[in-house]
Design a protein around this ligand. Structure first.
Ligand SMILES: Nc1ncnc2c1ncn2[C@@H]1O[C@H](COP(=O)(O)OP(=O)(O)OP(=O)(O)O)[C@@H](O)[C@H]1O
Ligand SMILES: [Mg+2]
Length: 398
């Protein structure tokens, strides 16, 4: 087992399982205190030298968390992290309500321990180490810009556009301030395209809607290696019904306060859910494929939005597979849709290859023509934001 860079002084590990304690001891260069009961943990804490407590799998349940709450009652600066065999939403909720800082999945390894040690501010302070990257939500607060990617026809390229846009926003801005939401509740594949295996999804957030707060929602998000956060779609189509439009609306409200950019990938259904997402969006990117059915459906969808008095200034057209050999040209599409095309993405075999590989082209081939197409979508978002909210041009990320 790889050891951590740091010794274990100031760290207390509590579990009934000797093997878990022995693994924890091996993980540190020495100095970690291990005890088998909460009574012994209390005695160790009274010594005054404990800054971080790792509660092992024996206590990783609601009763265990409740019994261990006394640890933080007398010492609110103490960081307590639960190490669980499986991280479920009820355990997460119990731990966060108790005032613990995190729940991580066993087994412990060097990477997880380093991450966990970052939570223990007192430990970092005592060791004189730099405090590390800013906490996810510690930056200057402003409401996120919400961008919904929609299309009126399936397979038009919403998911590749939304995922590439999110990855580019993460690169251009601060990845910890960017979130992508998979609102295609039946067949969402954002996680597939980003090669992520979510443990928790939007269904968990919907189940917890009455108790939801920013820290609980944060623990439900899945992190992409770039640092971008992902709110995953339900794992099975049957669970889609468990996410009501009201729950989705509330979740977007939380994300708006937690991030600077929230990109929403949607399903090709002009239903109550999509309308409510559009209503809450600052910008709507309507992806149109270079074929007749796609243009016809876009026309119908845009007309419906006009009838509903949806502000047309929020909508921009993104032409996908712009170089496809079709009998349509861009002028005809613009004329038919009564809108200008604002960004164009060429057709490229690299796109399906990137989907299969689980790495957006903007990451794997940033210089390719198709990646430049996605950059034109990014510029649309940053440019639109500049023109609406920052006319003085104070914030320039590109
Ligand atoms: N510019 C492009 N060049 C080549 N292939 C593309 C391009 N855009 C999308 N594709 C391919 O088309 C398929 C559909 O794309 P995507 O999944 O993004 O569409 P979607 O609108 O999200 O579909 P759905 O309605 O099923 O959610 C994918 O296999 C993708 O690789
Ligand atoms: Mg899709």
């Amino acid at each position: 087992m790889a050891r951590t860079e740091s010794d274990g002084s100031g760290i207390l590990v509590v579990d009934e399982d000797e093997e878990f304690l022995a693994d924890a001891e091996r993980l540190f260069e020495g100095g970690v205190t291990t005890v088998k009961s909460l009574a012994d943990a209390q005695r160790a804490q009274e010594s005054g030298n404990i800054d971080l407590v790792l509660l092992g799998p024996t206590f990783a349940n609601e009763n265990g968390v409740r019994d261990a709450t006394f640890l933080v009652e007398d010492d609110s600066d103490l960081a307590v992290v639960v190490v669980a065999g499986a991280v479920g939403s009820s355990l997460l909720r119990a731990a966060l309500r108790a005032g613990f800082v995190d729940v991580i999945e066993a087994p412990l390894d060097a990477g997880k321990v380093t991450e966990v040690m970052g939570h223990a501010k007192r430990l970092t302070k005592r060791r004189g180490a730099p405090t590390g990257p800013a906490e996810p939500f510690a930056g200057p607060r402003r409401e996120a810009r919400v961008i919904t990617v929609m299309s009126a026809k399936g397979g038009s390229g919403k998911t590749v556009t939304a995922t590439n846009l999110a990855v580019l926003l993460a690169k251009a801005h601060d990845p910890s301030r960017v979130c992508i939401v998979d609102a295609d509740l039946q067949f969402g594949d954002v996680c597939l395209v980003l090669q992520l295996e979510p443990k928790l999804t939007i269904v968990n957030a919907a189940h917890e809607i009455a108790n939801l707060d920013e820290s609980l929602l944060e623990s439900i998000l899945t992190k992409h290696p770039s640092g971008l956060s992902v709110l995953a779609a339900p794992l099975e189509p049957a669970f889609a019904d468990e996410v009501s439009t009201a729950a989705m609306t509330e979740i977007i409200g939380y994300l708006r306060r937690m991030f600077d950019y929230v990109v929403i990938d949607s399903a090709s259904l002009l239903d109550e859910l999509l309308l409510s997402l559009l209503e809450r969006s600052d910008q709507v990117l309507c992806v149109v494929d270079m074929d007749l059915p796609s243009v016809k459906n876009a026309k119908l969808a845009l007309e419906t939005l006009r009838l509903l008095k949806f502000p047309s200034g929020k909508i921009q057209l993104v032409l996908n597979r712009s170089n496809a050999k079709a009998r349509l040209d861009e002028g005809e599409i613009e004329q038919s849709l009564k809108m200008k095309i604002s960004a164009a993405i060429p057709s490229d075999g690299m796109v399906p290859a990137s989907v299969n590989e689980g790495r957006p082209v903007s990451e794997s081939a940033p210089r390719s023509k198709v990646a430049k197409g996605f950059e034109s979508v990014l510029k649309l978002v940053l440019g639109d934001e500049m023109s609406h909210s920052d006319r003085a041009g104070k914030r320039r990320w590109l």
